[in-house]
Every structure is written in C-alpha cells, then in structure tokens.
Design a protein around this ligand. Structure first.
Ligand SMILES: Cc1cc2nc3c(=O)[nH]c(=O)nc-3n(C[C@H](O)[C@H](O)[C@H](O)COP(=O)(O)O)c2cc1C
Length: 137
C-alpha cells in the first residue's frame, strides 16, 4: 500500500510520532512517505492508498481543544477522497477533547472513510498502532 503521513508539529513531538508510524508501516511492508504539513503537496498526497494526518492538540488544556488550523486546512486542500481510507492522529499532554472528531469530520466531508484514530501522550505510537499497521492490506 502507498501511504502518505502528513503532520503539523510545533516542537517536534508530532513529527517524531509521524516518523515512528512511518517506520512501523514500512516494517509491515508498506511504502510510506512522511512530511510536514508545510511541505506536503495536497495533490500528490491525494493519490495515496491511505492518507494519515496528525496534529498537536491546541487549546486551554482541559477545554476548547482543537486541531491546528494548518492541519485542518491541509485536509480541506486535498482533492476528492471518495472511498479513500484515512487515519487521524494527534499528540497531546492532558486531554484531546474533540480534536480527532474535528479532523475526522473534515475528512468525511470530502468523502473519505476514517479507518483509524490514534492519540499519543508523547512521540511514541502505542501497540494499538502496531496492530493497526499489521491489519492493513
Ligand atoms: C499553546 C498550546 C496549547 C496546548 N493546548 C493543549 C490542550 O488543550 N490539551 C492538551 O492535552 N495539550 C495541549 N498542548 C500540548 C501539546 O498538544 C503537546 O505538547 C503536543 O505533543 C505538542 O506537539 P509538537 O511537539 O508536535 O508541537 C498545548 C501546547 C501549546 C504550546
């Protein structure tokens, strides 16, 4: 499977999580490219078999959490995603609120099917992501 992972990261945590996800997916036999939201080209990313977009959680820590504007904007810039498989993920410290739901909704508005959602309190994807990577075909 050709997989694109695009992340928005301010201090490197989400970037590290995205890179680790990419390594896990490559170990599972997939072709994977990991890029920052500032570098990724939406037209190229739209071509992938699976698109993963990750954001750090921004908010007031216990309320009003949301994805970054850049990550939502990137999802909206993608082309037609009818039937396309997508994953949303985020890194956070305390609570994510509706962060992943907002990202999933932006994807679903473009016709995508959200097949996974992951949250990490730091740069390391957990075992749940490893199982997901092995289940992909
Ligand atoms: C301005 C600001 C707001 C934040 N708001 C939240 C929040 O509402 N909830 C939360 O759990 N973490 C919050 N965080 C923590 C970050 O989401 C977390 O440290 C994340 O892993 C940072 O990712 P990055 O290193 O890729 O930028 C906030 C951080 C900053 C700088």
């Amino acid at each position: 499977m050709k997989i694109e992972i695009v992340y928005d990261s301010s201090t490197g945590t989400t970037a590290a999580a995205a890179e680790a996800m990419g390594k896990t997916l490559e170990h599972a036999g997939h072709e994977c490219r990991v890029q920052s939201v500032n570098k990724a080209n939406p037209t190229d990313v739209t071509e992938a078999d699976l698109i993963c977009v990750g954001s750090w959680v921004k908010g007031w820590f216990i309320v009003k959490q949301h994805p970054t504007p850049a990550s939502l904007r990137f999802i909206r810039e993608l082309g037609d995603l009818d039937g396309k498989k997508v994953v949303v993920f985020c890194t956070y410290k305390v609570a994510i609120g509706s962060t992943l739901r907002q990202m999933a909704a932006a994807f679903e508005q473009k016709g995508a099917t959200v097949v996974g959602h992951f949250k990490y309190r730091g740069p390391e994807p957990d075992g749940k992501f490893g199982k997901f990577a092995k289940s992909l075909n």
